[in-house]
Ligand binder design. Structure first.
Ligand SMILES: [Fe+2]
Ligand SMILES: [Fe+2]
Length: 363
């Protein structure tokens, strides 16, 4: 005799209850959630305005000393979609940091790798494993995974820069290690050593041998970077990103860090790029100029100093309707996607390659 429907229903409910008690999940109940047709990210597109960031960084400078324990005077960008996770995207930390005249942020090292992109100030430095890298506006400075680093300001004005770290990713991998250096500052062995050796155009010293994945160049100076952007002139560039360069590790020809790709991009006056989307996430800093990006149909107006996030698999296009060039620096988790064989991108085909703008970001 076959069972009645209520009997089967009751047995199934008992089965699910037991599975739950025994810490088991029947996959058929959650297949759609675990295997969506495409990424269902919690990361939201978002924009942080520079006047607020700058004012609060300076306010922190007045209120909070840099000491061992707190380590750094840093304001992290928190993505509102990530439920309080300390992260700008699911994989990337981004922040503004301020060091005041005469200060030294104490030396330490951690397994999270970091980049700095200098927004304001000069005559400041990051000492990376004894190489004192002098920093000015527009420079990109690397502190690779587990390298000792302290930061000092020898100017009479504060320095403010963007920090970018893979900390959320390394945290999710439960691979965070941290160690303070025995003294406040690391001894200086050389000044601008990596830059002297490795910043020649298409040249690398023959006597320096690669040390694993450690990037040999730690300071990518602004002037040659800007010259590269300008050289394109009115020539053709990417229909999606206009003039966009990736910073490279001179030994490998690959990304500067295994987990973070760095890009510098110029949206020339009058350019309106076509939309595409990529599986990686990105944090942009507006280095110069103004313009807007349309991200998943919402228009984000940005100007010098602002930061914004493009989530994974989000349609995005950029526009510069002004007469001045707009320059964007960005960090992206692309190298992780590429090395794991997960990288994908897609071109927006409808409507001449442009999204319909359905709203404007108001903060
Ligand atoms: Fe650090
Ligand atoms: Fe893009």
């Amino acid at each position: 005799m076959s069972k009645s429907a209520p009997d089967t229903e009751r047995e199934l409910n008992d089965f699910y209850r037991e599975a739950d008690q025994r810490h088991l999940i029947p996959l058929w109940k959650v297949t759609a959630r675990l295997l969506p047709a495409e990424p269902q990210t919690k990361v939201l597109p978002y924009l942080w305005k520079w006047p607020d960031l700058r004012r609060m960084a300076n306010r922190a400078g007045d209120l909070v000393p840099i000491e061992r324990g707190g380590e750094r005077r840093v304001l992290g960008l928190i993505n509102p979609g990530l439920g309080g996770k300390y992260a700008a995207t699911h994989t990337l930390w981004a922040a503004v940091q301020i060091v005041k005249p005469g200060e030294i942020a104490p030396c330490h090292r951690h397994t999270a790798a970091a980049i700095r992109f200098i927004i304001e100030g000069d005559r400041s430095y990051t000492n990376v494993n004894g190489d004192k890298c002098m920093m000015s506006r527009g420079d990109l400075v690397l502190t690779p995974n587990w390298s000792w680093h302290d930061h000092g300001c020898e100017s009479d004005q504060p320095m403010i820069w963007m920090d970018g770290l893979d900390l959320p990713l390394v945290g999710d991998l439960d691979a965070v290690f941290f160690e303070p250096y025995p003294t406040h500052a690391h001894p200086v062995a050389q000044i601008n050593d990596s830059e002297r050796k490795f910043s020649g155009p298409h040249l690398k010293p023959t006597w320096e041998k690669p040390e694993g994945r450690y990037p040999p160049l730690l300071n990518y100076k602004w002037e040659p970077t800007y010259q590269a952007l300008k050289k394109i002139g009115e020539g053709a560039a990417s229909p999606f990103d206009d003039v966009c360069f990736q910073y490279l590790n001179p030994h490998t020809g690959g990304p500067v860090l295994p987990t973070i790709g760095c890009y510098i991009q110029m949206i020339r006056p009058g350019i309106y790029t076509r939309a595409h989307r990529q599986v990686n996430s990105a944090v942009y800093h507006v280095f110069e100029g103004r313009g807007y990006s349309v991200i998943n149909g919402t228009r984000f107006d940005w100007e010098r100093g602002d930061f914004f996030v493009v989530p994974p698999w989000a349609w995005h296009e950029h526009a510069n309707e002004g007469k001045e060039e707009a320059i964007l620096f960005s960090i992206q988790d692309t190298p992780v996607m590429e090395v794991l064989g997960l990288y994908r991108e897609q071109v927006y085909e409808e409507n001449g390659g442009h999204q319909k703008v359905t709203g404007k970001f108001e903060g």
